[in-house]
Ligand binder design. Structure first.
Ligand code: ATP
Length: 461
């Protein structure tokens, strides 16, 4: 996409997200707070639907995966053992003219140079130096940067630390999976899980991202949906292939267009990893990571065995064997998913010489399933319409709306992706029927009020 169109599409999605109550910038009335977002009334419904879709796929439909909700705060020793206190960093450089900080690997990628955060400071500085005439400061446009330095992304807090200088910080978790690893033995013991099996959780993560941007794609506070699958060493790659296929299907089941998805294999693997792939989505600026699926060997449980001094072994009763399981993981951000889903659903159509904006969200994840609208605000219509709302509200997520003209209300429901609008008009008083309007085709059907519930059940099945 051309740069201008790219920005245009981003602006349209961000503006719709705000205008229609999906996503607001954090602390807006105080001028904002970079990298943090609030989900509005429509956003929280969409987010919840995406999370419950994931939970259904990753926990409820699987007899071999169980759920967990571990705490955000954990002893700092966990982050030391996992390598985060020393190695969880991105290369940062500062513009000497205006002090804007950039993430050097991303700046290099933007000009077509393969780089990533795992490269050594020396290697990334060499690439940075060789290409410095092509990288401009995103704020002032100058080309006068400091050297790239690794910047640790862990966010510190003073929880439980009453010293003046905060020299024993507790970290806000940088990823949710460490809470899974440290509960591995608890889950085995309490749930009698047999390998291979998985533990899944959804929760907040925090990263001091150097340049949070691209809307929900890169935030400093975000939610992750992670599933860690524990296997015998020899089964790791077989299970890895299965997990990749399963996650691809799950993402398609969100209603995503397959041509907007692709696989990308990591070129630079961390030393312990067996293989690593991302599912990429075609965002307005091009393909970029949506979800990571990684084969991690036995690194994580080995590190925690060393860290806490207790072997994190699995005991295979049948074979009378003890060993540290290998792990494959799938990890995806909720905000990134909301953003990808919004990009995929955003549609503009020419209707009667006007542009109709419609979010063609999959019905499963649409925030509101049915809008229930009296044609006008007259009490003879609003009263029975409200009765209809009350009779349907336990079966579907409904919204009653009597504000503005019916045309404006349809437009609003299109923009939040509501699959069906039901209008109660003056004829309804006589024929006990209502008009049901389909979001995608805009076709309207007259349905008996007594049949509406079954009609919608069938359509929303
Ligand atoms: P990136 O290379 O984009 O920084 P990453 O490879 O560091 O991402 P992981 O640590 O593998 O990401 O995190 C797993 C998933 O969590 C990502 O695929 C993404 O969906 C989500 N995620 C990671 N960082 C962020 C962030 N800052 N904001 C929103 N979502 C994120």
């Amino acid at each position: 996409m051309e740069k201008e169109t790219e920005q245009n599409k981003m602006d349209k999605i961000i503006s719709l997200a705000k205008r229609r109550g999906f996503v607001y910038p954090s602390s807006e009335i105080y001028g904002g707070f970079a990298g943090v977002y609030d989900f509005g009334p429509m956003g929280v419904e969409l987010e919840n639907n995406i999370k419950s879709h994931w939970w259904k796929w990753m926990v409820q439909r699987r007899s071999d995966i169980v759920g967990l909700d571990s705490s955000i705060f954990m002893t700092p020793r966990i982050w030391e053992a996992s390598g985060h206190t020393t190695g969880f960093s991105d290369p940062m450089a500062e513009c000497k003219e205006c002090n804007t900080r950039i993430r050097v690997d991303k700046a290099l990628e933007e000009i077509g140079i393969t780089a990533d955060e795992k490269m050594s400071e020396e290697d990334i500085n060499k690439l940075f130096e060789d290409n410095k005439d092509k990288i401009k400061c995103p704020k002032c446009g100058k080309q006068n940067f400091s050297k790239a330095k690794k910047f640790n992304l862990l966010v510190k807090s003073n929880l439980g630390d009453f010293t003046e200088n905060n020299n024993a910080p507790a970290y806000l978790r940088g990823e949710t999976c460490q809470g899974i690893y440290v509960n591995f033995l608890n889950v085995v013991d309490s749930m009698h899980m047999k390998l291979p099996f998985g533990i899944a959780q959804i929760g907040k993560a925090f990263r001091n991202e150097i340049s949070p941007r691209q809307f929900l794609f890169r935030a400093r506070e975000f939610e992750q949906m992670e599933m860690q699958y524990f296997t015998r060493p020899e089964d790791e790659m077989v299970e890895y292939k299965k997990l990749k296929e399963y996650r691809w299907k799950a993402i398609l089941d969100l209603g995503i267009k397959e041509e907007n998805l692709r696989w990308k294999q990591h070129e630079n693997l961390v030393f312990y990893a067996k293989d690593a792939w991302d599912i990429e989505y075609r965002y307005p600026w091009g393909f970029d990571e949506w979800e990571g699926i990684h084969a991690r060997g036995n690194y994580d449980l080995t590190q925690h065995s060393k860290g806490c001094g207790k072997e994190q072994n699995y005991y295979d009763q049948e074979k009378n064997e003890k060993f540290i399981p290998h792990i494959i993981e799938s990890s995806v951000g909720v905000g990134r998913s909301v953003f990808a889903v919004l990009c995929d659903a955003y549609t503009e159509e020419e209707v009667g010489g006007e542009t109709r904006v419609v979010l063609k969200l999959d019905k499963k994840i649409a925030p509101i399933k049915v809008a229930i609208l009296p044609l006008s605000k007259k009490e003879e219509l609003t009263k029975p319409t409200m009765e209809l709302f009350n009779s349907l509200k336990n079966s579907f997520v409904c919204q009653y709306d009597e504000t503005q003209s019916i045309g404006k209300r349809y437009r609003r429901q299109d923009e939040i992706g509501t699959p069906y609008c039901i209008t109660f008009d003056f004829d309804s008083l006589n024929d006990a029927s209502v008009t049901v309007r389909d979001r995608d085709t805009m076709k309207q059907e007259r349905i008996k009020i007594s049949e509406v519930e079954n009609y919608l059940k069938e359509k929303l099945k």
